[in-house]
Design a protein around this ligand. Structure first.
Ligand code: TXA
Ligand code: MG
Length: 327
């Protein structure tokens, strides 16, 4: 990891105006969202977009999510779709929708595809910067490609260091896992590409049946959404999973246990770490990436991590842990 050398901005009006001005003049700025921190750039500025890929070490074939203030701003970058009206209650919030793109959106954003991913974030800091900059902002998670996403400002400087020159401090992210991605780019078909805080059930209640395509079925699908790659969101330390409430397998070496909550049925070990007080998957998801990052710096040979029940945000929590454990 490189030495932190980024400049931090606060969420004061003066600093947010500064962040907006930096973005308007083609710089990249890391910003908090309610899911994870994003590395933002003007979505219509090619030089600024190119910097995002360089800073993250991200393949150019991996398209970016465009963040906008509201559905009116969304209509400037994506073709309208009647189904969006049914999604109004999820926005602003942790939902990304893939739609047919408008011609103004650069190929660098879409990886040359005919579609663009768009999200209306809820975080007040991100929204202030959108308003002040007056630009649509492309923002991938602010981490090196393939590594664990950042849920605190310090995670951005820890892993991107001087490569990311500006970071707005906005506290810890509420959800802690990336937005749900719903593909509506084909008429009459809805597909869930990445589970997230907005659940499959909640979306189906509004839209009817939605196909789940979160495991990359083919190389082509993996290119369209690398978040679908089997191995992604991964710490350097090996991760081994065990089912909720199960006894972790016997393992040798220096082993950390990452548990959803205290387990009266297991003798507590000196290297047990707890993601939540009561075992809630919401709290587990909120702290997951922070704890994975902390454990990754402590010289463990293995992190044994407890899965959540596969409902609600537990689906997204399990998805990220499964990809972190893939080799
Ligand atoms: O919560 C989030 O979504 C965060 C915050 C910063 O907004 N962003 C985020 O971006 O997770 P990123 O780039 O780390 O992940 C975006 C995922 C990638 O897997 C990308 O391939 C997929 O979205 N994606 C982007 N545009 C797409 C498109 N047109 N079609 C299908 N997938 C797309
Ligand atoms: Mg990412």
């Amino acid at each position: 990891m490189s030495t932190p050398a980024a400049s931090f901005l606060s969420s004061s009006p003066t600093d947010l105006s500064r962040a907006a001005e930096l973005l308007r003049t083609g710089h990249c700025v890391a910003l908090p969202t309610e899911t994870v921190y994003g590395l933002a750039a003007d979505a219509l500025n090619l030089a600024a977009l190119a910097q995002v890929f360089t800073i993250k070490g991200r393949p150019l074939l991996d398209p970016l999510i465009v963040h906008v203030l509201d559905q009116a701003a969304l209509a400037e970058v994506a073709e309208p779709d009647a189904r969006l009206a049914a999604l109004a209650s999820f926005w602003p919030g942790p939902l990304t929708v893939v739609l047919r793109r408008k011609a103004c959106v650069p190929d660098l954003v879409t990886a040359g595809q005919a579609t663009v991913a768009v999200r209306i974030p809820a975080h007040p800091v991100f929204r202030d910067v959108l308003r002040l900059s007056g630009r649509p902002l492309a923002a991938p998670s602010a981490n090196p490609f393939g590594y664990v996403s950042p849920t605190k400002a310090v995670h951005v400087s820890d892993s991107l260091g001087a490569r990311c020159p500006w970071i707005v401090e906005g506290g810890a992210c509420t959800h802690g896992v990336e937005s749900t991605i719903l593909d509506l780019s084909v008429a009459g078909r809805a597909r869930l590409l990445r589970p997230g805080p907005v659940t499959h059930e909640a979306l189906q209640a509004e839209l009817g049946p939605i196909e789940v395509v979160t495991r990359a079925a083919s190389q082509q699908a993996a290119q369209a959404a690398p978040g679908m790659l089997d191995r992604h969101y991964s710490p350097a330390t090996r991760v081994q999973l065990f089912a909720r409430g199960a006894t972790p397998p016997t393992a040798s070496g220096k082993v950390a246990r990452l548990l959803l909550a205290r387990r009266p049925d297991l003798p507590a070990g000196p290297t047990d770490f707890y993601l939540s007080e009561q075992g809630s998957a919401e709290e587990g998801a909120r702290h997951l990436f922070d704890l994975l990052r902390q454990l990754d710096t402590r010289g463990f040979d293995l992190i044994q991590a407890e899965l959540a029940e596969a409902s609600g945000i537990g689906v997204a929590y399990n998805d990220r842990l499964t990809r972190a454990a893939a080799r």
